[in-house]
Design a protein around this ligand. Sequence first.
Ligand SMILES: [Zn+2]
Length: 285
Amino acid sequence: MKRLLCLIMLVALLLPALALGESQMARRPDIDTEAELDPPYDFDPETMLPREFGPYFEQEYPVSVDTYPLLPGTEWENTVTVLKAEQEGPVIYVVAGVHGGEIAAWSAGNLLKKIGIKAGTLYILSPANPWGAAAEPRSRYVRGEEDLNRSFPGDPEGNAAQQIAHAIFTDMRDKNPVFVFDLHEAATNKEGRDFLGRSLIYTTLDGIEDMYLDLLLETQLGTLTSMPFDFFSPGPIGSINNTVANDLKIPVITVETYRADPMEVRIADQLAVVQFVLRDYGMVE
Ligand SMILES: [Zn+2]
């Protein structure tokens, strides 16, 4: 019943936008090139955290913090951070910055490594593509045009992106989370490419129907994020979203913030969406 009510409210909210078909256009700032995005922002080069970012999660819980490597000893080694609460609870896996150029995605992921949770276990891989994040200029790709988010479920004998995808996919299968977050950022509109703007992408909603609708509704009502988020489905073939949902039967939400918004707004929106879901799973207040 609650779900039906949510759906009706959602349709009512979205109808004007669908009917006009222009509201999204109107929200797009007049920016034509990628180069105009991501104005300088004050990062601490040691931690890769924004210096001027205020309080994000306010709760304090005792957690044990651990790390372990993916692809240890190789050129493509990366580190997963594990936050474990004293209280038993669900397991959630966060992958942030599979595309290295999507700064607010991995900034939010890095900030999550510092939160407390009251129950359960949180795995955080951020940035999932530190090679693209460290490139000059920052890059979506691992190297060349190898797109990590089109390389799942990966191949241990394949190219770099496929090897990394295989390591992430295998780790996720082993940890068997109830839910996976995949944090991204959307670029400006380009011909031949979907404009994702601010959106929440899913491939399956099995088991998370109510939570997803509540989440979307809160963004639409303006009570959670800076702007309403749209919904898209399914995730592209070879993406974490599509592969983990279809092959592992684990629901994934991909969060896209919009790269023309101010950096602190994008990071705050990423964190607000994550916090909403962690709260829904009883992992934070
Ligand atoms: Zn992306």
